[in-house]
Design a protein around this ligand. Structure first.
Ligand SMILES: Nc1ncnc2c1ncn2[C@@H]1O[C@H](COP(=O)(O)OP(=O)(O)OP(=O)(O)O)[C@@H](O)[C@H]1O
Length: 316
């Protein structure tokens, strides 16, 4: 077992109000009695809405935070006591934070990491060449990070996080804000990492399904779902189609029922049932001049609703 959590609880004390002399506190139960076992080479999607406890759980796995109750081991040992040792076996990518030096090229961070992790030169060169090839990152390795596009930066972050060949890779929303082509190339890369244990946090279940074999959903600190990704295949989450078009609202509303205006020349149809998606899509693409179209499913929100109603996502 790479990670084993038994009945872990994390409470934070939050300052409620600050009087002149007195502080008032209230307690937040960020992680509520979670049991979780993660095996070698598991690819786990850790999913939940904002504030559901994902970061808190990850911080306990990393030994940055101590559980208020319960026990957790990472690589079979206390993550706080063995934080340094475990760090040698863990690579972390944050979509919203950077480990790259802003004014320097990514290559300088890779070289710094080579020193920190004491990677022999030949091993470093071989690993770097492989990662650069898989992520198609050659052209921007020597460009200052501040001049990189978000997608290029994220690829460089991934290389920096993996250069010491960690066994456990934690990716915290690594694809946030990326275009679909870059997202796909990162997903494709992650799918080559069969011999690694991956924890991939996201709000986007569709993406998690492309990378992970198992999905853990947290809701308000509670683990409400922990199953193989196949269990999510046939959920009937409603779809939203959003598109931009120079055509008039009058014309569009005659073709598509329940059309809503998002902004100028931008429209959406919400709550489309699974069986109706194809029909509406072909109406839009055949009868309306479209410049851009997006198909979205609020799958996580839908699943959380099902779980709240029935306690499970499965039909009884
Ligand atoms: N240092 C802290 N002090 C007090 N409360 C905290 C602290 N860190 C997190 N919380 C609270 O704990 C709860 C869980 O937060 P956490 O950051 O773990 O959620 P999350 O699922 O990672 O959210 P997001 O998707 O927005 O990153 C939230 O209510 C949050 O406000």
């Amino acid at each position: 077992m790479i990670i084993s959590a038994k009945d872990i609880v994390k409470r934070y004390r939050k300052i409620e109000s600050k009087g002149l002399f007195k502080k008032k506190y209230h307690e937040v139960l960020a992680v509520n009695n979670i049991n979780l076992d993660i095996k070698l080479n598991d690819h786990i999607g850790l999913v939940g809405l904002n504030g559901s406890g994902k970061s808190t759980l990850i911080k306990m796995i990393l030994g940055i935070l101590k559980p208020s109750q319960g026990e957790i081991t990472t690589f079979g040992r206390d993550p706080i006591k063995y934080r340094q040792e475990n760090a040698m076996k863990i690579g972390i990518v944050f979509g919203q934070r950077s480990q790259l030096r802003w004014d320097l090229p990514p290559m300088d961070t890779f070289l710094l990491n080579r020193e920190i992790y004491k990677i022999p030169q030949a091993v470093f060169e071989e690993r770097l060449a492989k990662l650069v090839k898989l992520l198609d990152a050659e052209e921007f390795l020597h460009q200052p990070v501040r001049t990189l596009s978000l997608g290029q930066r994220m690829k460089a972050e991934i290389i920096a996080a993996l250069i010491h060949n960690p066994d456990l890779i934690i990716l915290d929303e690594p694809t946030i804000g990326l275009d679909i082509v870059t997202k796909n190339s990162i997903v494709k890369f992650l799918n080559t990492l069969h011999d690694k244990t991956i924890i991939f946090t996201s709000h986007d279940l569709d993406e998690v399904e492309k990378v992970c074999s198992r999905v853990v959903i947290l809701n308000k600190g509670v683990k409400v779902f922990d199953e193989g990704v196949k269990a999510l295949e046939n959920t009937d989450a409603p779809t939203t189609i959003e598109f931009s078009s120079p055509d008039s609202f009058e014309k569009i509303s005659q073709i598509i029922k329940n059309i809503q205006v998002v902004s100028q020349e931008r429209y959406k149809v919400e709550n489309i049932k699974k069986d109706d998606v194809k029909g509406i899509l072909s109406l839009i693409t055949q009868k309306i001049n479209i410049e851009h179209i997006e198909v979205k499913r609020l799958k996580l929100e839908y699943l959380l609703e099902q779980i709240a109603k029935r306690g499970t996502i499965h039909e009884s």
